[in-house]
Design a protein around this ligand. Structure first.
Ligand SMILES: C[S@@+](CC[C@H](N)C(=O)[O-])C[C@H]1O[C@@H](n2cnc3c(N)ncnc32)[C@H](O)[C@@H]1O
Length: 273
């Protein structure tokens, strides 16, 4: 876990390699924002901050339609995917803009609801981004945030490669100024803001059948060898190309095990302004 003395550098850990964007684009509001959906009503205005390829945003937009949804992200590349998918789906109440979570281009009290999924863990000043989200919410508006806690990740069978994968992930994340265990800090983000109501829950992602374990193992084989994690691990000497190849093949073999199981906890916060 990152401590208060961690450096302030902030480079988005995962980058936007197609293998990363494709995986993010498999997420959905039904699976990844189920805790927020009951609080959304038709006609609400919605902001999704750090929306990436927009697959969760699309489900949120459907939940508030005909209310307007805006998805923002610092990466136009990810937003291009979001725009293309929205067009194919015929979603007319969603718009995607490049913007910075630290400096949202909206006046105070603009939205009925806001959402952030897996963004704060990558930010050097997450409190500032939470403050920005609350600023643009209308009084009484609801903000839903989800963050992962990689220290809760468990693999079975546990192998030298699955162990080394978790260590490499941690080291690269910390090097980039991210906090891979951010989920446990989510409640603390709201402490100084004096929100009118705060509810915290948790969701475990589980991969415990043949198809999902194989998909998870192969996804991380690709990511540990080809995405920004690999680039950083090699650049700063956290790993070598040979080791990343070994770890990747180990993750693939793990996904083929008849008893493969992986789970990881995500913390969810609902805050009302
Ligand atoms: C892990 S992805 C999550 C994407 C999406 N919310 C999802 O869960 O599928 C994190 C996203 O945050 C974006 N991001 C990182 N820092 C940002 C910032 N300061 N302002 C806006 N977006 C940011 C990245 O470009 C990336 O698309």
């Amino acid at each position: 876990m990152k401590d208060d003395n961690s450096p302030d550098r902030e480079i988005y850990l995962h980058g936007h390699h197609p293998v990363v964007v494709d995986e993010h684009a498999r997420r959905s509001a039904d699976r990844n924002a189920a805790y927020l959906l009951p609080h959304l009503k038709l006609g609400m205005s919605m902001l999704d901050i750090g929306c990436g390829p927009g697959s969760i945003t699309a489900g949120l937009a459907e939940a508030v339609s005909p209310g307007q949804t805006i998805g923002i992200d610092m990466s136009d590349k990810a937003l291009d995917r979001a725009r293309a998918d929205a067009e194919v789906a015929g979603l007319s109440n969603v718009e995607y803009r490049v913007a910075d979570a630290y400096d949202l281009p909206f006046p105070d009290d603009s939205f009925d609801a806001a959402h952030m999924h897996q963004v704060l863990q990558h930010l050097a000043d997450p409190r500032k981004a939470v403050g920005e989200a609350m600023r643009v919410l209308k009084p009484g508006g609801v903000f839903g945030v989800t963050e992962v806690d990689w220290d809760t990740a468990v693999f079975w069978p546990r192998t030298p490669e699955t162990n080394r994968f978790l260590d490499i992930y941690d080291e690269v994340a910390l090097h980039n100024g991210a906090d891979p265990d951010f989920g446990r800090r989510l409640r603390s983000m709201f402490e100084p803001l004096g929100v009118s109501c705060l509810e915290i829950s948790a969701l475990a992602w589980t991969f415990g059948d043949a198809a999902s374990a194989e998909q998870w193992g192969d996804l991380w084989r690709e990511r540990i060898q080809k995405s920004n994690i690999a680039t950083v691990a090699l650049e700063v000497g956290i790993s070598t190309r040979e080791e990343l190849a070994t770890v990747g093949e180990g993750l693939h073999r793990w996904g083929q095990s008849p008893d493969a199981f992986f789970s990881i906890t995500h913390t969810e916060a609902l805050a009302w302004k």
